[in-house]
Design a protein around this ligand. Structure first.
Ligand SMILES: NC(=O)c1ccc[n+]([C@@H]2O[C@H](COP(=O)([O-])OP(=O)(O)OC[C@H]3O[C@@H](n4cnc5c(N)ncnc54)[C@H](OP(=O)(O)O)[C@@H]3O)[C@@H](O)[C@H]2O)c1
Length: 290
């Protein structure tokens, strides 16, 4: 690895909360940084401000885009695509796997080397331990600009399918929101009887930590598509108890909206004769809806 790639000149398109944090981390790691933003936002100290997208792109061999959404990436890059030819484009804008694959195809047609990224952090975490970014698409871009990427966060390459980073990013966010839903419902339930969230929080945190072990056990059952492996609490027992969660919420004047969707899935598996298995088999119903 030579000095050219360890301290490569980098262009950052987008100076929102995340783009600003990315530019600041690159500057802190010693990279010369050129920035562009659609409207007038503060320039990170030490960065060079470009007045047009083309000027920003021309300044560096590698361009990081961190804009609001997929549409804004096309709006920004479309008119300047010619200046990206032969360069590395790393898109850290959130989107779907289909968005990433369509941008990869758009880039390939224009001889732009495309790497897609999903940032698993909030802006204050960028450049600090704990942040990680998922990447997929061009392996040469990932390998060549690894020092640039590592200045932002822990970098994880997930393969050459440009949609893979987004898919796994969204899977992690989906799990996070599922957890948030349960947490909010639990706080609402105890709050209905005057227990403060602060009072309940330590017990809730301990419970969630203890239940985290579900992940590995479920993974083995799912990969083998065998939901009878190591069953501790079977579906029939859990399906009998789950209505209590809904009844208790209604009795206490709390909406069951966040926890209600699981019940029909339990019932459907039970009706299918899977009562002795683990609840993990619900995944078969999710796949069926594809
Ligand atoms: N913030 C987070 O916690 C976080 C975490 C993970 C991933 N992300 C992702 O990072 C990306 C940026 O997030 P952010 O927090 O920086 O958002 P933000 O603070 O709202 O900034 C949005 C940026 O997009 C630009 N933009 C919006 N529409 C545009 C358009 N049509 N053409 C050109 N530029 C346009 C804005 O420019 P103007 O200044 O001109 O409006 C601004 O630079 C998003 O995809 C987000 O999902 C964010």
């Amino acid at each position: 690895m030579n000095e050219e790639t360890t301290k490569a000149q980098v262009t950052v398109l987008g100076l929102g909360a995340m783009g600003t944090a990315l530019a600041a981390a690159l500057l802190a790691a010693g990279h010369p940084v050129t920035v562009w933003n659609r409207s007038d936002r503060p320039t990170p100290q030490g960065a060079t401000r470009a007045s047009t997208v083309s000027e920003a792109i021309e300044a560096s061999p590698v361009v990081l885009a961190c804009l609001l959404d997929h549409r804004s990436v096309y709006d920004t890059l479309g008119p300047s695509a010619a200046s990206l030819r032969g360069k590395a484009l790393i898109n850290l804008t959130s989107g779907t796997p289909a968005h990433a694959r369509s941008l990869a195809a758009w880039a390939a047609e224009r001889e732009i080397d495309y790497l897609d990224g999903g940032i698993m952090a909030v802006p204050p975490m960028i450049g600090r331990p704990g942040a990680f970014v998922l990447y997929s698409g061009s392996q040469p871009v990932f390998d060549t600009y690894r020092p640039v990427l590592d200045a932002l966060a822990d970098s994880r390459f997930l393969g050459t399918d440009a949609g893979m980073a987004s898919l796994q990013d969204i899977a992690l966010l989906s799990a996070m929101y599922g957890q948030f839903m349960g947490i909010l419902h639990a706080f609402a339930l105890v709050g209905s009887a005057g227990v403060t969230a602060t009072e309940f929080a330590p017990m809730l945190r301990g419970w969630l930590t203890a239940m985290g072990g579900f992940v590995e056990g479920a993974a083995e059952q799912i990969d083998k598509r065998d939901y009878s492996i190591g069953v501790v609490s079977n579906l029939a027992m859990q399906a009998a108890g789950y209505p209590h969660l809904l009844e208790a919420a209604i009795d206490e004047g709390v909406s069951p909206a966040l926890i209600a969707p699981l019940r029909p899935l339990f019932d459907q598996r039970l009706a299918g004769g899977h009562g002795a298995e683990a609840i993990t088999g619900v995944i078969e119903l999710l796949w069926e809806r594809k």
